[in-house]
Design a protein around this ligand. Structure first.
Ligand SMILES: *[C@@H]1O[C@H](CO)[C@@H](O)[C@H](O)[C@H]1NC(C)=O
Ligand SMILES: *[C@@H]1O[C@H](CO)[C@@H](O)[C@H](O)[C@H]1NC(C)=O
Ligand SMILES: *[C@@H]1O[C@H](CO)[C@@H](O)[C@H](O)[C@H]1NC(C)=O
Ligand SMILES: *[C@@H]1O[C@H](CO)[C@@H](O)[C@H](O)[C@H]1NC(C)=O
Ligand SMILES: *[C@@H]1O[C@H](CO)[C@@H](O)[C@H](O)[C@H]1NC(C)=O
Ligand SMILES: *[C@@H]1O[C@H](CO)[C@@H](O)[C@H](O)[C@H]1NC(C)=O
Ligand SMILES: *[C@@H]1O[C@H](CO)[C@@H](O)[C@H](O)[C@H]1NC(C)=O
Ligand SMILES: *[C@@H]1O[C@H](CO)[C@@H](O)[C@H](O)[C@H]1NC(C)=O
Ligand SMILES: *[C@@H]1O[C@H](CO)[C@@H](O)[C@H](O)[C@H]1NC(C)=O
Ligand SMILES: *[C@@H]1O[C@H](CO)[C@@H](O)[C@H](O)[C@H]1NC(C)=O
Length: 878
């Protein structure tokens, strides 16, 4: 069960949940240490635990009875996964007269011995906090809780409550200050109206329930509330802010993710005590200027992200002088911020203005020269995906607390000021997709705490100098698509925390240093499209490697026998190098491999049968080599895109990543400063694939829908194995420019997903099996330059769209589009364009997005391997 109880929205990773949750933590030790009586009580408790868990002795070694054992220092009972439910014996706690806090969270309790409920705890006069979250108590416990009149904090988070909460049953509780009902299935509160009895209630958490608008309205009775969390409910419609005006003491209001819409009424200004307001992830719109936000002058945190607010950032926002956190990201704000941005918000620690970009709407302009002096306390600044421009001023040095800076996807230019490269605490720096230039790795580079560095898609020059080795904590180094040169230094091997190293598309030369194999944590390695030479080093120590891109260099020699040994490898791309020799059998150990691209080398020998062990492959490109022998029959057993049976390994590119690395946050709203590296791997993994057609590039989730086999431009002989007809999920098959003979297998009529089939330039004979007419997705069909005879298939279905260019240079083939006409004409009267139209619509209906992408790819039908020599080093895609 994944539960996030309490007020912090910080999410625990599931790994953490499985072993760190405490079964029980009793806080009895105050100033004096624990009494003999309490010690005895704990020992009885241990006996109770032993009844239910045979490991209790092992797990609680210091819980023993001797006169020197001080029970205050006894360890906590660790929670080990315990699927079985058990009953709670509340009498066990009665000896702890001083008991103050009782935390029974995440225990798998589902009831009580003797069915007594929490009644007996009422004799514990000092009990102020009770947390029973993450158990399976039913509604009947609520009444028994009302007897513990000393309670101030009651946490009922995630205990499976459904429907209406009987809040009137808690009316005897005079003292509660905090009530947490989050993560249940509550729809309303029974007896709301006879309230407020809970006169002192200051904190109420209703997050993650099913409350609707009607039930929320009733909250206006709780006038003592200071913190109200209603996030993740289904309120919908316009929100009745007026009703909240009576909550005049409210300091924290979280209405995020509640599906409500409309313009925020300016009466929100009446909630003048608010210090923290989140309306994030709703459907709110309108401009900020006239909505009263500017008058909430005690606000420290304002989160409006993921809405449809529009217009300029009004200058009146500058009245919010206490603001520490401002998140306006993913809205429709626009306008030139040059003069208006934040001149007096000196207390800001967190600013996110990212992704205000929609068609012509965007935030743009230059940052003020003295922007940093204006926000001297800033820790997190995200301006990515906007239209900001100009150079960064050296005043960034004033941002001496900066931990995370994301300026990616704007139009910033100039050099990166050296002051920025000496920010003491900077852990995350992303400048990708701008027009920065200059030698960033000059001696000024001094970011010793850096963990994430993204400089890709700029115009940086110079070499990877050893200044980076000061950043010895780096997890991500991405400098791809720049103009860096020189050699890849051997000390790169000293950066042992690296998980992502992306150096692609620069002008690096020399060898890939063998020290790179010391990067044992590497998951993503890309040195593609450089001028690297020499032989490939062994990378077998990189056990976690998932994506390897070495394509577009001048690597030579054999593929080392001990090249790779990562059972996690998904992508192996070594296209367009000068590698020779055969494919080593050791490749067959890469059992997870999905994408295997060797195109454009000088590889020779037979295609080893061992490749068939790699059954998960969906894209294989061995084209433009010198492989000989026959096509392994067992290729029919490779999956080539049977996506039903496998979970996606490539997540959608545009999916939102919700980080799980809690870091620094300001106040109530938890905002992460760092994202995991996962985000970037998905974003960057990109492969090209060429069939008869022009190459296209595929990223992220699209890769899941690509499947193809390209063996073209080799010296393959023998017949086409009929087993290839088993590849019923394959989209593209290219066997052209080989020496294949025999006939086209009838079994190809089973290639029901195929969109491109190229068998041209072989020595195929016999007839074209008429069954191929059933291939409804076929977009490209090519048998040019063979020795095929008989008649072309009827011009039905997709075959109605193929003309001479699909069939020519087969002297014995006849057809209406060929010089050689057939004797008896049985041409179909069907209108081909009609049926083609129908088919198109049907396909788009199945999955419009990727189908469209795939068609674009198939339609760019320009290149073939004859042009190979010309395009080896040029980028084929836009
Ligand atoms: C603890 O008990 C031992 C015998 O079990 C006794 O010799 C010792 O004096 C006791 N110590 C104290 C502090 O009571
Ligand atoms: C519950 O705990 C009390 C106090 O330790 C004990 O006397 C009683 O036997 C326990 N009840 C059961 C059913 O175990
Ligand atoms: C109870 O313990 C759990 C696990 O340690 C913790 O997450 C939770 O915050 C505690 N409850 C309270 C109210 O402190
Ligand atoms: C809100 O929920 C309550 C209880 O489930 C229901 O009676 C009421 O009709 C709902 N109101 C709206 C506006 O959906
Ligand atoms: C902002 O503050 C100025 C001066 O403190 C005041 O004149 C102005 O009315 C305020 N604007 C808003 C929208 O509250
Ligand atoms: C900055 O914002 C963009 C877009 O909202 C987001 O994808 C990115 O992860 C954010 N950067 C950081 C460091 O949180
Ligand atoms: C923004 O405004 C400044 C002056 O206020 C002007 O120099 C600049 O060109 C404007 N930028 C854009 C993108 O409109
Ligand atoms: C680099 O940073 C370290 C530690 O923050 C500091 O001691 C040193 O003076 C800095 N060097 C330069 C050249 O800024
Ligand atoms: C890399 O590590 C080696 C061995 O630990 C050390 O001798 C060398 O100086 C380091 N290189 C750099 C640039 O830090
Ligand atoms: C192709 O293979 C045949 C026999 O397998 C061989 O005779 C011929 O030389 C090869 N051609 C090339 C260009 O390697």
């Amino acid at each position: 069960m994944s539960l996030m109880c309490g007020l912090s929205m910080e999410s625990l990773s599931s790994k953490y949940l499985s072993w760190v949750l405490l079964l029980l933590s009793i806080q009895i030790c105050r100033c004096k240490g624990c009494s003999e009586e309490e010690k005895m009580g704990l020992l009885e408790f241990k006996a109770f635990l032993k009844l239910n868990n045979e490991n209790a002795d092992l797990l609680l070694p210091s819980w023993i009875d001797n006169n020197i054992s001080e029970c205050c220092s006894w360890e906590r009972w660790p929670y080990y996964e315990n699927d079985k439910f058990w009953l709670l014996n509340t009498s066990l706690f009665l000896s702890f007269e001083e008991l103050h806090d009782l935390n029974l969270s995440a225990n798998s309790f589902d009831g009580f011995i003797k069915n007594e409920g929490f009644q007996s705890l009422s004799s514990l006069k000092k009990l102020e906090m009770l947390d029973i979250s993450g158990n399976e108590f039913d509604k009947s416990v609520i009444k028994s809780l009302s007897t513990i009149t000393s309670l101030k904090t009651l946490v009922l988070c995630g205990i499976g409550l459904k429907g209406s909460f009987p809040i009137q049953e808690l009316c005897t509780l005079e003292n509660p200050v905090m009530l947490d009902l989050s993560h249940n299935d509550l729809t309303s509160m029974q007896g709301f109206k006879i309230l407020p009895k809970l006169k002192k209630l200051e904190i109420l958490n209703l997050g993650y329930n099913q409350f609707n608008k009607t039930s929320i309205k009733q909250l206006s009775g709780f006038t003592s509330l200071k913190t109200l969390v209603v996030s993740n409910n289904n309120i919908e419609g316009f929100f009745p802010f007026e009703d909240f005006a009576s909550l005049s003491n409210l300091e924290v209001l979280d209405l995020s993710y509640t599906s409500f819409s409309g313009i925020v009424p300016s009466s929100i200004r009446l909630m003048s005590s608010l210090k923290s307001l989140s309306l994030a992830r709703n459907y709110l719109y309108g401009s900020l200027a006239n909505q009263g936000f500017c008058q909430l002058n005690k606000l420290q945190e304002l989160d409006l992200c993921f809405n449809f607010f529009q217009g300029i950032l009004p200058p009146c926002l500058n009245n919010l002088t206490s603001l520490r956190l401002l998140d306006l990201s993913s809205n429709l704000f626009s306008g030139n911020v040059s003069s208006s941005l934040l001149p007096s918000l000196t207390s800001l620690e967190y600013i996110d203005l990212s992704y205000n970009l929609f068609e012509d709407n965007r935030l743009d302009g230059e940052l003020q020269q003295n922007v940093a002096n204006m926000i001297p306390n800033i820790m997190f600044l995200n301006l990515s995906y906007n239209g900001f421009e100009g150079i960064l001023s050296s005043s960034v040095a004033e941002m001496s607390s900066l931990r995370s800076l994301d300026l990616s996807a704007n139009s910033f230019s100039g050099e990166v000021p050296k002051q920025l490269l000496a920010e003491k605490y900077l852990g995350f720096l992303k400048l990708s997709n701008n027009k920065f230039h200059g030698e960033i790795f000059s001696r000024d580079f001094n970011l010793t705490r850096l963990e994430f560095l993204y400089l890709d898609n700029n115009q940086f020059r110079g070499t990877l100098s050893n200044v980076i080795s000061k950043s010895s904590w780096l997890l991500v180094l991405d400098v791809s698509n720049n103009c860096l040169s020189g050699e890849i230094p051997s000390w790169i091997g000293n950066m042992t925390y690296l998980e992502t190293l992306a150096l692609g598309n620069n002008s690096f030369k020399g060898k890939l240093p063998p020290e790179i194999s010391q990067l044992q944590r590497l998951e993503f390695l890309d040195v593609s499209q450089n001028a690297l030479s020499g032989s490939l080093p062994s990378l077998k120590s990189m056990e976690y490697l998932e994506h390897l891109h070495l394509q577009g260099n001048m690597f030579t020699g054999l593929i080392p026998r001990d090249f790779l040994n990562s059972s996690n490898l998904l992508t192996l791309d070594i296209r367009d190098n000068r590698l020779f020799g055969g494919i080593p059998n050791s490749i067959s150990a890469l059992l997870e491999l999905r994408i295997f691209l060797l195109r454009g080398n000088l590889l020779s020998g037979f295609i080893p049968n061992q490749l068939c062990h790699l059954t998960k492959i969906s894209l294989m490109d061995l084209s433009n080599n010198n492989f000989s022998g026959s096509i392994p029959k067992c290729f029919g057993h490779i999956r080539f895109g049977d996506f039903k049976t496998e979970h996606s390994v490539y997540k959608p590119v545009f999916g939102l990543y919700t980080g799980s690395l809690p870091s620094i946050y300001t106040g109530y709203l938890v905002k992460y400063l760092f994202f995991s590296t996962e985000e970037r791997r998905d974003e960057v993994d990109e492969v090209e694939f060429v069939t008869k057609n022009r190459s296209s590039s595929y990223r992220g989730g699209i890769l899941d829908f690509m499947s193809g086999l390209d063996l073209s431009c080799n010296n393959l002989t023998g017949e086409i194995p009929h087993e290839l007809g088993m590849l019923s999920w394959i989209h593209a098959l290219n066997l052209s420019h080989n020496q294949l003979k025999g006939s086209i297998p009838k079994s190809f009529s089973n290639l029901s997903q195929i969109e491109s089939l190229d068998l041209s330039y072989n020595k195929l004979s016999g007839e074209i099996p008429p069954e191929l007419i059933g291939l409804n997705f076929l977009e490209v069909f090519n048998v040019v330059h063979n020795n095929i005879s008989g008649r072309v298939p009827d011009m039905k279905a997709q075959f109605g769209t193929f003309g001479e260019s699909s069939y020519k240079d087969n002297p014995f083939l006849c057809g209406p589009m060929l010089e050689r006409k057939c004797n008896t004409s049985i041409e179909s009267p069907d209108s081909p364009s009609q049926s083609s139209q129908e088919r198109f619509v049907a396909i788009l209906y199945i999955n419009p997005y990727w189908r469209q992408r795939w068609f674009n790819f198939i339609e760019k039908c320009i290149y073939s391997c004859y042009y190979f020599a010309f395009d080896t080093y040029s980028k084929l895609f836009e």
